[in-house]
Design a protein around this ligand. Structure first.
Ligand SMILES: [Zn+2]
Length: 439
């Protein structure tokens, strides 16, 4: 009997010990992940805690001191909640607002389960089955900005204009709107991906916002509704509300303060509803040190962004804290880093443009966290925060570079522009690399 009791004791203590070790391991991994990728200024410890019971999210330091979390997820429920985030994100957010994860009811249809390794661990190595083509994959593409004409490019301040200046090496005047380049790249990339069997969705048609309307149409139909609702939510002061609804409201102000964020929110909503395997957000960069972009620069870099790098004022709402938690516990971020790393390699090779380092732009050192992968930075942008899939936010080349500006200026139909075609090819090869190299 004594021997039997001893064996049972040994078995239980070994089990308890190994459970404890798993919990300690998870605590360490998530705490490290938060520090490495999410907390840019090391100023967010008031908003979360990771201990032997699980992960807690707090709305303020005061609630943390009172140990009153806004949301709590225990280690045992973490795998199920991650499934919820992946397959029913809206339900996951509802639960977040209720304060804790609730176990599914008996008659609830079971959701597809993640592998055990994915439930309890942060995935370090991305395993994707080898594919000969892209059949069965869904890919969302977001062509940045909206302009298909220079007037709209002006409105969104994404319009580059150089006068002819032979002395500075500009033999002809140059005019580029970023929205035209991103859209043409997206169309070319869509064709390439579809030819390999992927299903592809673009977040906007040519020349319009994600609402399927031009800025002018949106202003006529939806501005009043938008201003009223932002005012009700406390996002606008009474004086701002009056200004934006008055005839003297400047279109650039309406665009910058009201329209832009709503358009970005709509893009994220469309992508999330589509539930793609990955999302590609396309932008073309400029040299931030080139004042007013009136003359060309010699600098030229590629870079990519993924989610993370929250600043101290970036967790001001439950929505933002929910996204912080999602990035912490799912492997969206790890997959985004892997995808973006494939892209950056492809950008450098195909475009023959160097990859930016931490000191090549102020926003990289001041607003981002490095990921350990060259040219891939955590940055808390509206789309890197709200898009719930692995993603790459690409910023290829500097449009105001002396050579690039002349290349990009060619062809009024930008799908015929050789440089744009190269950018589309670089994204395409990046996608193929992601799905084939990551074994
Ligand atoms: Zn852009």
């Amino acid at each position: 009997m004594k021997l039997k009791a001893c064996i049972v004791f040994l078995f239980i203590s070994t089990f308890v010990f190994s459970q404890e070790r798993i919990t300690q391991d998870m605590m360490r991994r998530y705490a490290e992940k938060a520090q490495k990728y999410l907390d840019k200024e090391k100023a967010l410890s008031a908003y979360y805690s990771i201990d032997t019971s699980g992960i807690k999210i707090f709305s303020s330091l005061e609630s943390k001191l009172k140990n009153k979390p806004e949301f709590f997820i225990g280690w045992a429920q973490l795998g199920d909640y991650k499934n919820k985030l992946r397959y029913e994100p809206e339900a996951a957010f509802k639960m977040y607002k209720l304060g804790k994860y609730q176990l599914p009811e008996e008659d609830h249809l079971p959701m597809p389960k993640l592998k055990l390794s994915q439930q309890n661990e942060i995935v370090d190595y991305i395993t994707v089955p080898q594919r000969k083509d892209l059949r069965g994959l869904k890919i969302a593409i977001d062509p940045g900005h909206i302009a298909s004409d220079f007037e709209t490019g002006d409105l969104e301040k994404k319009h580059l204009k150089f006068k002819q200046d032979v002395v500075r090496g500009i033999p002809d005047s140059i005019e580029i709107a970023e929205g035209m380049l991103t859209y043409a790249t997206a169309v070319l990339l869509k064709q390439k991906l579809e030819a390999e069997g992927a299903q592809v969705m673009l977040t906007r048609p040519s020349g319009t916002s994600a609402f399927g309307k031009t800025y002018k149409e949106w202003k006529k139909d939806d501005l009043k509704k938008a201003v009223d609702s932002l005012f009700k939510m406390g996002e606008l002061k009474p004086s701002q509300k009056n200004y934006f609804l008055s005839a003297k409201a400047d279109d650039r102000d309406i665009f910058r303060v009201i329209f832009r964020d709503l358009d970005l929110a709509k893009r994220a909503e469309l992508v999330n509803a589509y539930q793609p395997d990955l999302t590609i957000i396309i932008h073309f960069n400029v040299d931030e040190t080139n004042t007013n972009w009136e003359h060309p620069t010699k600098r030229d870099f590629n870079m990519t962004f993924v989610g993370g790098a929250f600043m101290k004022n970036d967790l001001s709402s439950p929505e933002k804290r929910f996204e912080f938690l999602r990035l912490m516990i799912t492997d969206d971020l790890e997959r985004s880093i892997a995808l973006s790393s494939c892209m950056i390699g492809s950008f450098e090779k195909i475009l023959e443009v160097p990859t930016a380092g931490d000191l090549d732009a102020k926003y990289l050192s001041e607003g981002c966290l490095g990921t350990g992968k060259k040219g891939v930075y955590c940055r808390n942008l509206q789309l890197t925060r709200y898009v719930h899939t692995p993603l790459v936010y690409g910023e290829t080349l500097y449009q105001d570079n002396i050579k690039e500006s002349q290349l990009l200026n060619k062809e009024s139909d930008k799908t015929k522009n050789i440089r744009v075609q190269q950018v589309a090819e670089a994204y395409f090869l990046g996608v193929l690399n992601y799905f084939t190299i990551q074994q």
